[in-house]
Design a binder for this molecule. Structure first.
Ligand code: DGL
Length: 268
């Protein structure tokens, strides 16, 4: 039987974007095996109803559990903002979302106590980020803005085009007026667009990308629960699964993961 601690970490996302989280997990926990699932057949999640997002998130978790994962990281912000309570109720495996890690960092780094949040429509409407900020510090002010067109622009690779800057300026104009000093990039795809978002928001704004902090929290959970891999002699292996044709995932995945992705299609 496989040693308990050497079981893989499971990560799921609606598609490619969660590879930004996988990248940080690989950096933070280089000896851990990872099973990544991108639900490419059913994306985007960002404009779907909470009910549907919960249903998909439960199915994705079940899929990962078939690999005996010891921790499930919900890399998708939309799933994280909607489905975490249901997943924790239904499954015994530790479940880590991306909202809390990002908010912890935002609360730490804001000097003026005014935090902006951008994400998909469903994420912003769920108010998960806003609630978490209030919970950590009731005196902080948060301002949220949905930016639904950012996902297709990032997947198109239009990360520094005129059209993307125009879209960014339109979405972000209301946030500019709020005098925020920190902005949560509350979607897997937004770190790819940092350059244009900075151009639209100005140089002094501090960005919070949840991927890095989530990877640090994953490490903390493994250490606290004595779940770290026991093999220090070899690097962890990554397996990638998608629910639709893997060609696009492989091509675009490179930009998100920073290295080549070999994916198998697996229907859930
Ligand atoms: N992964 C989603 C998120 O972070 C973005 C893509 C989608 O809408 O499915 O919210």
């Amino acid at each position: 039987m496989m040693k308990k601690n050497n079981r893989p970490i499971g990560i799921f996302d609606s598609g490619i974007g969660g590879l930004t989280v996988a990248k940080e997990v690989i950096k933070e926990l280089p000896h851990e095996d990872i099973v990544y699932f991108g639900d490419t057949a059913r994306l985007p999640y960002g404009n779907k109803s909470p009910r549907t997002v919960i249903k998909f998130s439960v199915e994705n978790t079940k899929f990962l559990l078939k690999f005996g994962v010891k921790l499930v990281i919900v890399a998708c912000n939309t799933s994280s903002s909607i489905a975490i309570p249901t997943l924790r109720r239904r499954f015994r495996v530790p479940i880590l979302g991306v909202i809390k890690p990002a908010v912890k960092k935002a609360v730490q780094i804001t000097d003026v106590g005014r935090i902006g949040i951008i994400g998909t429509r469903t994420t912003i409407e769920s108010k998960a980020y806003q609630r978490e900020i209030k919970r950590l510090d009731p005196y902080l002010k948060s301002f949220a803005q949905a930016c639904p067109l950012f996902v297709p622009l990032a997947e198109e690779g239009w990360v520094d085009e005129e059209v993307t800057l125009k879209v960014a300026k339109m979405y972000l104009a209301p946030l500019l007026e709020k005098n925020i000093d920190a902005l949560v990039l509350g979607c897997t795809h937004y770190p790819i667009l940092t350059k244009v978002i900075r151009k639209a928001m100005g140089k002094s704004i501090k960005f919070i990308d949840s991927a890095e902090r989530t990877a640090q929290d994953a490490k903390r959970i493994l250490v606290a629960n004595s779940l770290c891999a026991q093999r220090k002699s070899r690097k962890g292996k990554c397996r990638f699964y998608v629910s639709d044709e893997p060609a696009v995932f492989k091509k675009v995945g490179k930009w998100f993961l920073g290295r080549t992705v070999s994916a198998r299609v697996q229907k859930v």
